[in-house]
Design a protein around this ligand. Structure first.
Ligand code: ADP
Ligand code: MG
Length: 703
């Protein structure tokens, strides 16, 4: 594939253009109807689509196909099948039928299900999601056709991240449609939630990463003394991109372009070796898939360029971590952004109604947002000085806050049109455009024509947080619609909506905060407001189990009660396993690397000290001996604490999930922290010659 980005855009995607070219017209139409949710797909249609898709994929060099799906690991899963088949006469041919396209049965019994599957059946199946186009990932010796799919157990219980997302998407579409109709939008055919995920990441030298067991197994450094120069000079952010990184980025840009993703921005982030990509936003289901593709392609391309990609939320202590900012809004079939204020007053009341729905949802169910971003990696990032705290609040900016305050005070009853002018609703777009000052400390912010959810972690699948956001938004919108409905007839829709907005403004006071969310005052204020404050991952995950949260999700049909329990368990298991792996790695690094290094240093110092003539040493303990003493004390301390770590580990074996997670949080994490402190002290005392691992100062100079 050559040529300009415009020519190569979507080259590897079985997109609308490819389908139009390769499918008979009536088949193409039937497929489109199935995609837009109306019709069930005829098997005959699937047969023809499969043949066309296979021929297209083979023409792009694909030798295999796979159903590509999102298990609950935050990664994607694939099991490749060869097109090549030998028929009953021994003749080779490329085979891919309708049934292969629609459904597949990977033996996925080792993927996490939170106990969902064992109670029923061990098997699950994947089913084609035709709303996200198939694509070919090229490779030197033959590419793979990837078919975006859902993953479901045999009794129909979803085992993936995509199914709940699709359910939330259709729910929010349904209720927003209802609101738009109330406001007299007759021509709107569909509504899509939109999403654009800003992705932060680190790149360090592959050679160095390979020498650090913590990076190899945990994706982050679990020990490491500070560098002489961190990010205090603030000279990395938006600085010129180092040439090797730029070469990597150019290849990622090209690859993603061929996969139908436009990466709009690329730049240096705040920490050394940290960078960011932001794609052009698109429909949310597709945007989630695209983010997963981006993460995987970056990983592969980084290694070609001699880099290791780190998506961990906090790869280096005391240096900014990486997040994933989810920008979201809704778009209608006329291509309008529904969160974009307009010059029409009526449209602006509609806009405020949609915003109010989200405020209501967060104010009541913000705990679910907190739960959705609870991961072992994000735990180390949230509440640092680069990331929002773990309290969910919304920043609206001066203009919207002013409007909501005025609506709250009450409107002049007889003069609704004057009220619009008083509120500034007739010039909202101009005001909002000028009002670009941003509060970067809020987990959720309105940024002019979209909301930005800044708390998700860099390595997370956006599907989880998006599902929760859309669910509570849909709930809030339904409330708004009901309030408006109840008054229509006695007054007009704008008036009824303003009343509903007033209720939402009042009810959402608890989660609206315009100040500095990093400040201790906000934490106190949040406590006074009774907002859910979950510091640890286990506390945050437990928010999934709050009865009213479960009722919301099951009421909307996103997760059944049983499914939410399974989801919760999967996340909790992920947390437990991560900490346990970190404990194993810590023990190994200390016993096999750091303790022997200290021994070598002590031996070298002791031997050298022996060469110093008696007369000079004059009997009293010298600084030098004190230095050896320090090494000795660190070594003793490490031996003792690593012993504690090992016995804690043994004691976990018979605990149930919750007890295990609690023990790890309360006992395991503090032990890991104290071991780290000792290792970092040792690192400053041991020479380069003996220190077994690349240091922060080496790794963070990767260019
Ligand atoms: P910022 O001011 O935060 O840099 P940008 O306009 O560069 O904002 O957008 C950041 C991300 O938000 C991009 O991925 C962009 O595509 C996405 N975005 C912009 N508008 C929308 C929208 N209406 N819906 C969803 N995402 C959007
Ligand atoms: Mg942004």
């Amino acid at each position: 594939m050559n040529g300009s980005p415009v020519q190569s855009f979507g080259f590897n995607v079985f997109n609308d253009r490819a389908m139009k070219e390769r499918l008979p017209r009536h088949i193409y139409q039937q497929l489109q109807e199935a995609v837009s949710g109306g019709e069930k797909m005829d098997f005959h249609v699937a047969e023809i689509v499969a043949t066309a898709m296979k021929e297209w994929a083979v023409s792009k060099g694909a030798s295999h196909y796979t159903h590509w799906f999102h298990p609950r690991t935050d990664l994607t899963a694939e099991k490749h099948m060869a097109f090549l088949t030998v028929d009953e006469y021994g003749l080779p041919l490329d085979s891919f039928e309708g049934a292969d396209l629609i459904q597949s049965e990977p033996d996925a019994s080792s993927l996490p299900s939170g106990g969902m599957r064992s109670t029923f059946e061990a098997r699950g199946y994947t089913a084609w999601d035709p709303t996200s186009p198939a694509f070919v990932i090229p490779a030197e010796n033959g590419g793979t056709l990837c078919i975006p799919s859902v993953f479901i157990s045999n009794d129909g219980t979803p085992l993936d991240m995509k199914t709940p997302l699709l359910r939330a998407l259709s729910k929010i579409e349904e209720v927003t449609m209802r609101i738009l109709k109330m406001f007299g939008n007759r021509n709107v055919k569909w509504i899509r939630a939109t999403m654009g995920a800003e992705q932060e990441f680190f790149l360090i030298d592959e050679d160095m990463a390979a020498k650090r067991p913590d990076i190899e197994y945990c994706g982050r450094t679990i020990i490491g003394a500070q560098t002489p120069k961190g990010q205090q000079m603030e000279d990395h952010y938006l600085g010129s991109i180092p040439p090797r990184v730029l070469a990597f980025m150019q290849e990622v840009d090209q690859r993603m372009c061929s996969l139908g993703v436009v990466l709009k921005t690329r730049h240096n982030e705040a920490a050394p070796c940290q960078f960011e990509y932001a794609p052009q936003f698109t429909e949310a289901n597709l945007a989630v898939d695209q983010n997963q593709i981006l993460m995987e392609q970056m990983r592969q391309i980084a290694s070609k360029h001699g880099f290791r990609l780190l998506l961990h939320e906090k790869p280096f202590a005391l240096i900014n971590g990486s997040g994933k900012h989810l920008n979201c809004s809704m778009m209608d079939s006329e291509g309008r952004n529904l969160l974009k204020p307009s010059s029409s007053q009526r449209k602006n009341i509609q806009f405020l109604t949609l915003v109010s729905g989200l405020l209501l949802g967060i104010s009541r169910y913000g705990g679910l947002l907190r739960a959705s971003i609870a991961t072992p990696g994000n735990m180390r990032r949230l509440g640092g000085n680069e990331a929002p705290p773990s309290i969910m609040s919304v920043f609206l900016g001066d203009v919207l806050t002013h409007i909501l305050d005025r609506v709250e005070e009450g409107l002049p009853e007889d003069l609704p049109s004057k009220a619009f002018i008083d509120l500034g609703l007739n010039r909202l777009p101009d005001v909002l455009k000028d009002n670009t000052d941003r509060n970067r400390t809020a987990p959720i912010a309105f940024t002019g024509n979209k909301f930005e959810f800044r708390a998700p972690g860099a390595s997370q699948s956006p599907a989880g947080p998006m599902t929760m956001m859309l669910s509570l938004w849909a709930w809030g919108l339904e409330k708004m619609a009901n309030m408006i409905d109840a008054r229509i007839g006695e007054t007009d829709v704008a008036d009824a909506a303003l009343d509903a907005i007033r209720t939402a403004a009042l009810e959402s006071r608890n989660i609206r905060f315009e100040g500095n969310c990093y400040s201790p005052e906000w934490h106190e204020e949040a406590r006074r407001r009774n907002l859910p404050i979950a510091h640890t991952t286990s506390e945050a995950l437990a928010l999934f189990l709050v009865p009213e949260h479960r009722e919301l999700l099951s009421g909307l049909g996103i997760f059944s009660e049983r499914e939410i329990l399974g989801y919760y368990e999967t996340r909790l298991e992920q947390y437990i396993k991560t900490i346990e792996i970190e404990m194993n790695v810590m023990e190994g690094m200390v016993r096999n690397g750091i303790l022997p290094a200290i021994t070598k240093q002590v031996a070298a110092e002791g031997t050298a000290l022996g060469f110093v003539p008696e007369g000079i040493r004059n009997g009293s303990p010298s600084f030098w001996q004190e230095h050896i003493g320090e090494l000795y004390r660190v070594k003793e301390g490490l031996l003792e604490t690593v012993g504690k770590l090992a016995s804690l580990h043994e004691s976990l074996e018979f605990l149930d999930l919750e007890k295990r997670s609690e023990t790890l949080t309360e006992k395991g994490l503090p032990i890991l922290d104290s071991i780290r402190k000792m290792c970092d002290a040792a690192e400053t005392l041991v020479s380069d010659e003996f220190w077994p691992y690349p240091r922060y100062s080496d790794m963070l100079l990767s260019r």
